[in-house]
Design a protein around this ligand. Structure first.
Ligand code: 5RP
Length: 236
């Protein structure tokens, strides 16, 4: 027996934007009143920041992972603290470009991976907010972002080629994109990252690599996944 593939016509399918807003709102349940919250970067996190405005009187502030998120937080009246001012965070909330079944992620599509990893490392819990399109069996479908010191970039391109990857310098307005840290980004296609922890450990040691966008050491503990049926909670 076959079932009809067509969805019921009386139910509006939520837009990608609405799914991001749903998951952004759902993340408020993980914000601990009275505690500073770690805030990531990206279009999904922007929805979370907008929702966080409703809790601004309940938290002392946020530690932010990018200049863009800092600007948005401050515009909504949420104080932003320097990462050096905090010893630890109860929770860090951020999006991902890919997430696997063990909470390991690829991040950096928004070029904020270095600060994201720093803030994630301060947090006791990483809550990933994403839509179901970000779920993968094996990391590597999304081109892997790697922040690099510019003088090392061609050597790093060759090192990825030896692993079967094709690395390209990320461009913006006809020039290499410059990160919040004044460095460049390589996007690496063609990798299949079957052991994310070992891969992250190895690539992180290559001279000139500032941060590799595999988050295995700083994996997610919880993922709030938006799908047309509602927000699912995955615990790793
Ligand atoms: C930024 C990131 C983002 O978390 C990632 O790119 C997902 O972004 P979006 O929510 O816009 O899909 O790692 O560096």
């Amino acid at each position: 027996m076959t079932t009809p593939a067509t969805p019921p016509t009386n139910q509006a399918v939520p837009s990608q934007d609405e799914l991001k807003a749903q998951v952004g709102r759902a993340a408020l349940a993980y914000v601990v009143p009275g505690q500073i919250v770690g805030v990531g970067t990206g279009s999904t996190v922007n929805k979370f920041i907008d929702a966080l405005a409703s809790m601004r009187d309940q938290i002392p502030g946020a530690v932010s992972s990018s200049l863009a998120s800092t600007e948005r937080l401050q515009a909504l009246g949420i104080p932003v603290l320097d990462a050096n001012e905090v010893e630890s965070l109860a929770v860090y909330i951020d999006g991902a470009d890919e997430i696997d079944g063990k909470g390991r992620m690829v991040k950096g599509g928004g070029a904020a991976l270095t600060r994201e990893k720093i803030v994630a490392a301060l947090a006791r819990q990483f809550v990933c907010i994403a839509d179901a399109s970000k779920q993968v069996e094996v990391l590597g479908r999304f081109p892997l972002p790697v922040e690099v010191i510019p003088m090392a970039s061609q050597r790093i391109v060759r090192s990825f080629a030896a692993l079967g990857g094709e690395a390209a310098l990320r461009m913006k307005d006809g020039a290499p994109l410059v990160t919040d840290n004044g460095q460049h980004i390589l996007d690496v296609r063609g990798l299949r990252i079957t052991d994310p922890l070992a891969f992250e450990t190895e690539v992180s040691q290559w001279p000139g690599v500032v941060t590799v966008g595999v988050f295995a050491h700083q994996r997610a503990h919880v993922c709030l996944l938006a799908a047309p049926g509602g927000v699912q909670t995955l615990i790793f």
